[in-house]
Design a protein. Sequence first.
Length: 485
Amino acid sequence: MPKDDINYKFTENGIVYDFYDVFVPAENFRQPSLFTWGRNNNGQLGVNDGSDRNIPVTTFAGGTNWKSVAGGETHTAAVKTDGTLWTWGNNGNGQLGVNDTTQRVTPVTTFSGSTDWKSVACGYRHTAAIKTDGSLWNWGPNDDGRLGINNIDTRSTPVTTFAGGNTWKSVSCGSFHTAAIKTDGSLWTWGRNDNGQLGDNTGTRRSTPVTTFAGGNTWKSVSCGSFHTAAIKTDGTLWTWGNSDDGRLGNFVTGSNRVTPLTTFAGGTTWKSVACGYRHTAAIKTDGSLWVWGGNSQVQLGVNDAITRSTPVTTFAGGTNWKQVFCGKFYTAAIKTDGSLWTWGNSGNGQLGNNVYETRSTPVTTFAGGNDWKQVSTGYNHTAAIRTNETTTTDVSISTPLLNTTYYNIVATSNGTTLKLYQNNSLLTTANLNGTLTSTTLFYTISDIMNSFAGNLSNIQVYNKELSTAEISQNYISIKSRFGL
């Protein structure tokens, strides 16, 4: 979380402190858990069986250190905060990257191992991921060149693209094609191109990355659908190309493929993010409004009817507080700025997560509810999402005469403005970072709470991650100096 985004301040002994003067930022206490639901015929939910789920459930791997997740047709991949990459589900084409073609019903790490994975994307049956060094890796089926390795050989372990390099910023996978943006803002595509989904002004398959016909170095984000592609430039314009059936390109035309990028009928320079599904598209503007268009036979547009739209329209829910959107085969999922998760469209396999198998033509919240959803991704008929629950840290033994306690917890609220001190699961005090301090049983200043870390420094943990003595000491010394201790 950028420091500029934190405006909370508190005052003690006449000195004003900002959020980052506190020992551990609240973000460290928001434990990211991974939930999955929907179709599970190939174990893509990672729950150690093959049964569908119509409510969110945690993966068999459990844990609270998930960073990002991506859903494919019948497989799933996710990156943890420690940089490890995990995959599960269908593996008939090596899409799990584990050097075999055996299905997995629980998460496993890729064959390459390593702890430097940054992000991952899943297509129909292939996977692509970027490492922290900026290198791009692909694996799975490759009969149409979707791996970009200059041949059409299937790979069951991660391999780098033919283009190589360490300047890849983001990647998206379609059914049979892939698109990625480099740090210089250039957009590259490869794979199947029979519908013009590569945007290179041809219908020729590419087994190595090529730039789109539009060219340029101002591409900000890209999303691949089954047979179409959409991307946003840094100037806020939205561009689409490929198959135009059902109006999925949003250019008021259906049934005519576009082999070069063109802007949507809505035009404008306020597009923030975009997502492509099987036959529909969704995008969010900078004002937080959510727009949808394309196929709507399964009410995946969320406009309270089943009529196809060839130009962008807002969802039935309306509003200007949409933060993130993702499109599945015949359904859509989105997160609002308040952290609530909404789904709509087909739910034949429970992919809406609302405890029924019924189609919804307007956005509904998942059965799990809550306002702590961080990220969502959709496969063809399954959904995966990460939420950041407000939970306490693991009890840690310390030795401190100040608090005279053996076990303590410190927890931060979900909005990051409050610290709470617990003693044996009983709340002792709450320190609000807006300048006030309240206590339920005993009075402690924020400096008292911070000073409690002076005990056994080497054993202090932050949600199951043990900090080094050097890390803790460095923070503690800074805090002592700030508080004049």
